[in-house]
Design a protein. Structure first.
Length: 262
């Protein structure tokens, strides 16, 4: 396994948690008591904002945001433009093999003209994370409606461009649509349960079960593709093809040809 590919995967998987942690560390709130007002950390009212122990947390979060998360986000959003102008001296660093391979890990599933899609999905993910983390209205319904709106907009964009034109493989397009549809059902089901005092846990477990089932199917498919090219896989393939033409009795003896040449 190439370490660059592993690093690219780990960074993308960790993006949500890192951004959510940064938003948490940088979130103040106003605490009012008697005639005084005090700015404290949103998640700990006993800790003054930008004072004492909160200062190193704030500085560390800001450094990670400015020097890691922001460049990474801009890189994925404008990666296609950078590669298109890599012949210019100022963007020549894009042609470095390691860096090019790093970007190719994100752009591989898409057609060349739609390599911006990874960056677009990342921007939409930021919108959802900010909606979750800030929750200014303290109303979960607003967050759920935001998720539904964003996902429906994404599906509309896919419908306008046409999923076969975005992804190189139709299977990936189907998987992407399945996960987005599952997210919409989860959000809509949770919203309905909140309004009607329904069982939100059942909706969550059902959505999680569907996502896990899709994951198992993906895993089985990749295991099958790996085994297929081995000696054992080729042997099974020959046996399966043979069984398509021959029928056997209980003792394993050939009875007759199912498909006969006329």
């Amino acid at each position: 396994t190439n370490p660059v590919a592993v690093l690219a995967t780990l960074v993308l998987l960790s993006y949500n948690k890192i951004l959510q942690t940064i938003i948490t560390a940088l979130s103040p709130t106003e605490l009012q008591y008697a005639a005084n007002t005090k700015i404290v950390w949103l998640y700990d009212g006993n800790l003054p904002f930008l004072e004492g122990r909160h200062i190193p947390l704030f500085v560390t979060s800001l450094l990670v945001l400015v020097f890691l998360l922001l460049p990474y986000t801009l890189l994925l959003v404008f990666g296609q433009c950078l590669q298109a102008n890599s012949n210019r001296f100022i963007f020549s660093w894009v042609n470095r093999p390691t860096f090019k391979f790093f970007l190719d890990n994100y752009h591989a599933p898409y057609q060349n003209k739609h390599r911006y899609w990874t960056g677009l999905m990342l921007m939409l993910r930021i919108v959802l994370l900010v909606a979750f983390a800030s929750d200014i209205t303290n109303d979960p319904s607003i967050t759920l409606l935001t998720i539904i709106t964003v996902v429906v907009c994404v599906q509309s964009l896919v419908g306008v461009f046409g999923s076969p034109n975005i992804y190189k493989s139709q299977r990936i397009a189907v998987l992407d649509a399945a996960f987005l549809f599952n997210l919409v059902i989860l959000s809509a089901g949770t919203y309905y349960c909140q309004q009607s005092d329904g069982n939100q846990a059942a909706v969550g477990y059902t959505s999680l079960g569907v996502a896990f089932l899709i994951f198992v199917v993906i895993l089985i498919y990749h295991v099958f593709m790996q085994v297929k090219d081995t000696a054992f896989g080729r042997k099974l393939s020959r046996k399966w093809k043979k069984d398509q033409y021959y029928d056997y009795d209980e003792d394993g003896e050939n009875v007759d040809l199912i498909l006969q040449r006329e």
